[in-house]
Design a protein around this ligand. Structure first.
Ligand code: 7TS
Length: 418
């Protein structure tokens, strides 16, 4: 296969993967006496040294609680925290910092929209549309809301390739639709959804749109104003930043109208036992001490990305996907789950006569990290009639040579299971 690797490398634009890999210390780790091949980037991405150092630097030099102190450290921490919010505003091209709400992650951001926006402004019989390919984080909050206020959850089907069925979606969206909540990119299949079409169909009937960007942000720019989405959610840890921090973008007018999601310190202007006046945006939605270091680390992750050639990075990722897919189609007994025309670098598969879990364990024994199971998207597994898949998901720091090592390990694993 080395000839094939050479052919693919000849097509690559200048993207110095070897140099980029040096920015990520964990990539040099050995796992089970083999050099790590980290193909679980859809679950979480690895962190560049710049992010790791930013966390350590903050705790070693600037640690204090924010927004409350007149002392120097508190002011330093507050400035670093709010500077990071500005970096995230620019990353999403939001109009105002008031529209950037820090959450624990995508999951909390979607729950915030469900419990604050939808619970306040939707009523029994109103319809919420999601796709058949959603992560549980974009299903269960709407089921809970349905139990609370009687909204109806409608499911837009996907095709055998894992594309959203647009004709069926057009039938799902009616004047009763008040909210469409779709993954920008599917975690189990890699499909990039036609979000512009979804948004224009939804807006045509007056419905709002929430995009779950958990799997999209690491694979190219997001422009919430160009998209005209009403809400956008993502997690820092899938964008080379820390765990425990995420973002909800919301259009200002919507966020202004929404009640707080959680209550406590930092989200108020004045409190008396008679009445409480809430803080202005974005603080109205940020009760309690936030993950200050996490926010600063996420800002550093965005700085890191901004100094990369992201066009070359995206081209490199698409070469990785093409090469992995090309080899998959000739691998004995392998069936790809999710073959949409427009995908990010995620490859889900099953192999005849093997269980994904067994493959995962045998690959790990050879230093290769992939995820196996239902990927928190059980309805997708039901749609394709499989108990789970093995999923290799790539980032720009992965290499074609690692894909060769992955297939060598997979060949051995299959031989052991035969
Ligand atoms: N939405 C999508 C599309 C996701 O892929 C995930 C996490 C979430 C929401 C939840 O993100 P969290 O950061 O709040 O947990 N997806 C995965 C995955 O594919 N494997 O592990 C986690």
């Amino acid at each position: 296969m080395s000839g094939s690797v050479a052919r693919h490398e000849a097509l690559l634009p200048a993207f110095d993967v070897a140099r980029i890999r040096q920015d990520f210390p964990i990539l040099a780790t050995a796992i089970n006496h083999h050099p790590l091949v980290y193909f679980d980037n859809a679950a979480t991405t690895q962190k560049p040294q710049a992010v790791i150092s930013a966390l350590a630097h903050y705790y070693a030099n600037d640690n204090a609680n924010i927004h409350r102190g007149v002392h120097t450290l508190s002011q330093r921490a507050t400035t670093a925290f709010e500077n990071a919010r500005e970096k995230i505003r620019q990353f999403l091209n939001a109009e105002s910092n008031a529209e950037i709400i820090f959450t624990r992650g995508t999951t909390e951001a979607i729950n915030l929209v469900a419990q604050s926006y939808a619970r306040s402004f939707l009523k029994a019989g109103d319809e919420i549309v999601v796709s058949e390919a959603e992560h549980h984080a974009n299903i269960v909050p709407w089921q809970i809301l349905a139990q609370q206020i009687g909204t109806v959850l409608k499911i837009a089907p996907i095709t055998d390739r894992g594309d959203l069925d647009l004709d069926a979606l057009k039938k799902c969206i009616t004047p009763r639709t008040k909210l469409c909540s779709f993954g920008h990119v599917s975690n189990a299949l890699g499909t990039v959804n036609p979000v512009r079409e979804i948004i224009s169909l939804a807006h045509a009937v007056g419905a709002k749109v929430l995009l779950d960007g958990a799997q999209a942000v690491a694979h190219g720019g997001v422009d919430v104003r160009a998209l005209d989405c009403d809400f956008y959610a993502f997690s820092g840890h899938k964008l080379f930043g820390p765990t425990g921090i995420g973002v909800l973008y919301g259009k200002r007018a919507l966020l202004e109208a929404m009640p707080p999601y959680q209550a406590g310190g930092d989200m108020i202007k004045t409190v008396t036992f008679a009445a409480t006046e809430y803080a202005d945006l974005p603080h109205k939605f940020e009760a309690g001490t936030p993950h200050i270091a996490g926010v600063i680390g996420l800002g550093t992750a965005i700085d890191y990305l901004n100094q990369l050639d992201l066009v070359a990075a995206a081209a490199h990722e698409s070469q990785l996907l093409d090469y992995a897919t090309e080899r998959a189609v000739t691998f004995p007994g392998l069936k790809l789950i999710g073959t949409a025309a427009h995908k990010v670098a995620v490859m889900s598969f099953v192999i005849d006569g093997t269980h994904p879990q067994d493959l995962g364990v045998l690959l790990d024994g050879q230093g290769v990290a992939v995820r196996t199971g239902h990927h928190c998207a059980m309805p997708v597994m039901q749609r394709f009639g499989v108990p789970g898949t093995a999923r290799a998901s790539f980032a720009f720091y992965n290499t074609l040579e690692e894909i060769d090592r992955f297939y060598a390990a997979l060949t051995k694993a299959c031989a052991m299971l035969a």
